[in-house]
Design a protein around this ligand. Sequence first.
Ligand code: BTN
Length: 254
Amino acid sequence: MMRHPQVPQGCQLFAHKSIGSTSEEARRLAEEGAPDRIVIWAGEQTSGRGRHGRQWTSPPGNLYHSIIFRPDCPVAEAAQLGFVVGVAMASAIRALSDIPVVLKWPNDLLIDEKKVAGILLDSADDGAGGVAWVIAGIGVNIENHPEDLPDATDLRAAGATFSVEDLIEAFLPKLFVRLDEWQRDGFAPIRYQWNELAMAFASRISVKLPDRTVTGDFEGIDASGNLILRHDGRLIYVAAGDVFPVSNSATGVS
Ligand code: BTN
C-alpha cells in the first residue's frame, strides 16, 4: 500500500501503482506543457530506463520517480541538474540513516563502491539556446537490487529501515532548496557540496572514454561539472565517460 507523501509547496506529486517508466510519463506531461516541479512516482515500472539505453529493473520496494524542471538556463548548463539532484539525494539518505552513501561521477550513488541509485537526465531545448524542460529520473534501490549485477546493492542491505515514502519526504525539500540555490548563485555552491559528498579524493578510478580507458586518481569535479582525473602527474578533464572504482593499485592507459 503506497502512502501519499507530503511534498513541499510549489510541487505536485502524481502517484502510480505501476507504470511503464516515470520518465516517459514525465516527458509526455512536459510536452503537453506541464509546469516546473511536477513529480511522477511509481511503485513499480514495467519498462524502466537507465543511462546509455540500458534497462532499469524496477520491481516493487524501491524508489522510482521523475521530476520535471523548467530551469532558466542555457542548454549547455542543463546537465548541472544531475549534480543538484545527486547532492539532494545523498544528503537525504544521510539525513535518514548513517549509511555512508557517496556520489560517483556523473550521476550515481554508491555504498562501499556498489551502485545504490542512478539518475537519468532527459531534456529538450527551446529553439533559442535555452532549455524547454529537463526531466531527472531517479531510481534508488531501497529493498532490493538486481541479483545478477555484482556491483549493485540496496539500502536495506546496508541497514536502512526507512520507507520509499520517507525518502521522498526527505529528498524533495532538499532538492528544491538546492535548485533555488543553483538558479540564484550558479553552479559553484553545488560543485562544492557535490565534491564534499563524493567518493574520497585520490581514490583510484578507471574511466572508460570512447577511445581508451584511463586509470588514475579521482580529484572531484571542475567548475563545469567535468570529472578531474590525476594521471601520471597531470590532470585530465573528462566531459563524458563511464567511471569504475579500482580496488587495487593498477595504473595506466589501455
Ligand atoms: C542509471 O542508469 O544509472 C539511471 C537510472 C535511472 C532510473 C530511473 S527510475 C525512475 C526513472 N524512470 C526510468 O525509466 N528511469 C529513471
